[in-house]
Design a protein around this ligand. Sequence first.
Ligand code: TRP
Length: 340
Amino acid sequence: MDTKPIVLTGHRPTGPRHIGHLVGTLTNWVALQDSHACVFLVADLHVLTTDYAHPDQVRANTLEIVFDWLAAGIDPQRACIALQSALPAHAQLAVLLNNLVTVSRLERVPTYKEQTQQLNLQPSTGLLAYPVLQTADILAYKANRVPVGEDQLPHIELAREVARRFNQLYGPTFPEPVGMLSVMPRLPGVDNRTMHTSYGNAIYLRDSEEETTRKVMSMYTDPTRIHPTDPGHIEGNPVFVYHDLFNANGAEVEELKERYVLGKVGDVDVKRRLAAALNATLAPLRERRAEIAAQPERAIEILREGTARARAISQETLELVQERMGLRADEVAGRAPLAI
Ligand code: TRP
């Protein structure tokens, strides 16, 4: 029996993954695969809470995210890659757990407050219940750990509350899931704002070498520096943030920094070396990605197989929850002999 701690996490398929996802989350997920039993969820149901009017986009992004995850090193032999919408137990569990969460509790969730203010529209029931569905995702696997970004911690807090409440009411059933924060700070984009798909400042895993070089050469650097002979600033300079993260040649990075502050190397040169280093780091990912993207039916098969494994586990949890809550779905559905 597998006694490794259980990890459940996921992304909404909202667009291609970028190098910020790589250093912030995917590298961490890849590292967890040996020490944990991992389920990586493509949270397509969650996309619909804000973006239900673009089915073609959802469909395309679902496959793209699987390509990106596999390219980054998620290994379907060791981890389970599963599609949320093909796991009916998640939605069913969410319906049951909805009863344990008040509307006012959900209205106080920071992501909900921010989004309703930003969107400036009447929030849907789906958006309000977003963290309950996420709770169902987590509890369906009795997950112990949930690696997420900081913005997601309030959702994990809700999952903990629900697990506790459920255990109180119906007896010990769920471990209280613990959120795991990535140690990486958020990566700046090429314009020095946070890297974000909607800002147009991201370098994507699917970008070609040429595209990556072009983006690096257009990067924001030290705005106080007009000439290559002006002394430059390292602090808050995204070009050096990237050098530290992606250039495996530490001696070269140190030398560039020394020359930069003295005004002895130009931005163009520093960027050229960065482009070369970043492309070298991304080369094996690109190779894997090209191979996978050339055979989409293989990626679908991986997703199908992972989802089948996840379905068995989540269905078992659902049946346990139904039974504990006094429902007789089990008997009536014919899963056990009728006891009338
Ligand atoms: N809400 C998460 C995000 O936007 C995605 C997600 C869905 C998730 N279900 C989850 C993350 C369960 C962790 C656990 O990033």
